[in-house]
Ligand binder design. Structure first.
Ligand code: NAP
Ligand code: SF4
Length: 670
């Protein structure tokens, strides 16, 4: 008897019988364009199918060259390309899974000079202006979708997902915001949805009945002049009538200024829109966004929000998500913390997608965790992300591992991150590592700082002793009103009402966020929607409503010496959310500061040569870190084999992605 009876109840999609209700959602990995990328994609998807993902949807494949997300991105336009895709379908089928190919036409989001759209209206997130399609070209685009679906069938896919959300071409035809045509493809609602309905109808007519057609429907656009819910329902019904077998949920256009998947979005925040659609159509509905653990998924299905749940990033974080949930081992799930640091941030930088908590993601054929040839005694000194990753991986391989941590708890810098409002998911990573340490019998010694003599008894020593906060060097830096960021995070009651934060890196932003949150740190879905101006009933176009700004009792300024925009170095897909959130809270960002002194009056600075006093009660120092490598030289002198990783290796670019990656990769070869 499974703990999650709704999640593991079989479902019929079209002519397919699936053993559970988990759909692995579409993600572009950049393997689609890499050398031997399809071999690697085959291994990536097969690993997930083998562990029980019932249905997989591939990353978006364009139906023609102009529809590709960037110049040269993957398309499927001719028979010669089928062989590559067949590698993927054969691997997934051999692993007992099913896979559909997503057809994605980027329209005005295409990052290439040939971009086309219903009307020549530039997207705010693309420097290039699209060319408006002629009427005959619109017909050709539809035929290209059909050709792409035929080729997908030839390649052995079980079906296609037609990407109709996130602001891509189909969305651009549907909404007045982007469609100002006056022919049969624009103007009235019926004309604007004609493109979409024709695509579904013609794919259905061209492909055998047992070929699945999933449609990803934008249920809340989160942009001005987006659809109302009445329009979404009318479109859903039209798509069903046109022959779609399944409707998947899409949330928000890429140009929306409302976050939809970052870690501060509450779990399952948008599933309400799928629930509302349930009453309107009879094909199976899939809900999505910020679902990362089995209990959330189970609850949504039990409460009738949807027939299936879609998760994408959680399958990067843990390929065995489904198997672990099925076996009641959900505490062993390596949970996606929705940080975007190694997935979407990479994708948008043209790098291969991976995962902060699982560096093997998309590197399945290269980063192998195999049983060790000879068992060694390994000491890991420091239980932050780098040390935890190294200890667990080494123990998984069969080594005898002892983990020393000088603090009373494991987690290192994650113990600060997890206390930041909106970053509660970081708890899951610490929980995961703790469970894995137990499972692989790592000898964990807390409050422990081993001597050189003690460490010299091990075959290998991994030094992951982390960092210490950098201290200020200026008059008054020892004043009573100066606190370090660990102190501010662990004891916020020691921080006054008027605050200056020195340093505008990730931690400066985090501390500002924490100090401007009142009461409970985790907002309810309703509170979160109020702050960001989201109306889940989608009464107004796009589901937008005037935001309600949070009440803040602290006055906070964040300072940096550089003249550049504060927060510039934050993640590509998350930095804007952090900046917007601080703006909602009235936080002042001050670049170009010269720090002069701290005294009873406050913090004295100079900006553009002009002196200024910030009359603050507290100065929080978030000025980066320095490596801690105590005892390294003595160990080396004693001839001990030492490996330095994480912040101990390099404090300047310290982040958990690098730390975990380094820990896993080192332990994979020890
Ligand atoms: P950081 O990003 O390197 O920022 C340090 C800040 O301190 C900078 O604003 C720097 O700006 C300033 N600074 C450096 N030396 C200084 C000095 N001697 N005196 C005064 N100011 C000084 O480091 P962090 O904020 O501590 O974050 C550490 C790592 O954690 C980052 O690499 C980041 O990847 C990760 N992290 C990321 C996030 C996120 O993305 N949301 C959140 C938390 C942590 P100036 O030199 O211009 O003054
Ligand atoms: Fe999730 Fe972060 Fe991994 Fe992306 S990098 S899959 S958001 S944990």
């Amino acid at each position: 008897m499974t703990t999650y009876p709704h999640l593991f109840r079989p479902i019929t999609l079209g002519h397919l019988e699936l053993p559970n209700r988990v759909l692995m959602g579409s993600m572009h990995t950049n393997l689609e364009e890499a050398r031997h990328g399809f071999d690697r994609l085959a291994a990536f998807y097969a690993e997930r199918a083998r562990a029980g993902a019932a249905m997989i949807v591939t990353g978006g494949i364009a139906p023609n060259a102009e529809g590709a997300v960037f110049h040269g991105a993957a398309n499927l336009v001719q028979s010669e390309q089928v062989a590559d895709h067949r590698k993927v379908t054969e691997a997934v089928h051999a692993a007992g899974g099913h896979i559909c190919m997503q057809i994605l036409h980027a329209g005005r989001y295409a990052y290439s000079p040939a971009l086309v759209a219903p009307s020549a209206i530039q997207a705010p997130i693309n420097p290039m202006m699209p060319r408006a399609l002629e009427a005959a070209e619109v017909e050709q685009q539809i035929e290209d979708y059909v050709r792409c679906a035929r080729l997908a069938s030839e390649a052995g896919y079980d079906g296609v997902e037609v990407m109709g959300s996130e602001g891509y071409l189909i969305n651009q035809f549907i909404c007045q915001r982007t469609n100002q045509r006056d022919d049969e493809w624009g103007g009235s609602f019926d004309n604007r949805i004609r493109f979409t309905v024709e695509i579904v109808k013609r794919i259905r007519a061209a492909l055998p009945e047992n070929f699945l057609v999933i449609f990803r429907l934008s249920m809340i656009d989160l942009v001005e002049e987006g659809s109302t819910f009445d329009e979404v329902v009318a479109l859903g019904k039209a798509i069903e009538a046109a022959g779609a077998d399944v409707i998947n949920t899409g949330i928000g256009w890429h140009e929306a200024r409302v976050p939809t998947i970052v870690t501060s979005v509450p779990r399952a925040a948008f599933s309400e829109v799928t629930r509302r659609m349930k009453a309107e159509v009879s094909v199976p509905l899939v809900t999505t966004n910020r679902i990362n653990m089995p209990d959330t998924a189970e609850q949504l299905l039990a409460d009738g929000y949807a027939d299936m749940v879609s998760m994408a990033r959680p399958f990067l974080a843990d390929p065995e998500w489904v198997r672990k949930a099925a076996e009641g081992r959900d505490q062993e799930i390596n949970t996606c913390i929705a940080c975007n640091q190694a997935c979407l941030d990479h994708t948008f930088q043209g790098k291969l997608t991976s995962c902060l908590v699982n560096p093997r993601a998309c590197h399945e054929t290269q980063l192998l965790i195999e049983p060790a040839e000879a068992v060694r005694r390994i000491a890991v000194v420091g239980g932050g992300p780098a040390g935890l990753a190294a200890a667990v991986t080494a123990a998984q391989r069969g080594h005898e591992v002892t983990l020393f941590e000088r603090q009373a708890q494991l987690g290192g810098q994650f113990n600060y991150a997890r206390r930041i409002p909106g970053k509660e998911e970081f708890d899951e990573t610490v929980r995961y590592f703790q469970i894995m340490l137990e499972k692989y019998a790592v000898d964990v010694r807390l409050n422990s700082e081993p001597s050189v003599t003690e460490l010299a008894c091990f075959d290998e020593v991994v030094m992951s002793s982390g960092v210490r906060p950098r201290q200020l060097e200026l008059p008054g830096s020892d004043h009573a009103k100066v606190v370090s960021y660990p102190e501010a995070i662990m004891h916020p009651q020691r921080v006054g009402k008027r605050v200056a934060i020195i340093g505008a890196g990730g931690i400066g932003f985090d501390v500002a966020e924490m100090l401007t949150h009142e009461g409970a740190s985790t907002p309810s879905v309703e509170e979160w929607c109020d702050e960001w101006g989201v109306d889940l009933s989608v009464a107004a176009p796009g589901g937008l409503t005037p935001p309600v700004r949070p009440e803040v009792s602290r006055q906070v300024s964040v300072l940096q010496r550089k003249a550049s925009k504060p927060g510039k170095g934050l993640g590509k897909t998350t930095g804007w959310v952090h900046r917007a959130s601080l703006k909602h809270r009235g936080v002042e960002l001050l670049p170009g500061c010269e720090y002069v002194a701290i005294d009873d009056d406050g913090l004295h600075i100079r900006i553009d040569g002009e002196s200024r006093l910030l009359a603050v009660d507290t100065v929080v120092v978030c000025a980066g870190q320095e490596s801690v490598r105590d005892g390294l030289e003595a160990l080396q002198a004693a001839g001990v084999s030492v490996h330095v990783i994480g912040g101990a290796d390099k404090a300047a670019e310290l982040d958990a992605k690098r730390a975990i990656n380094q820990g896993v990769r080192l332990a994979a070869v020890l």
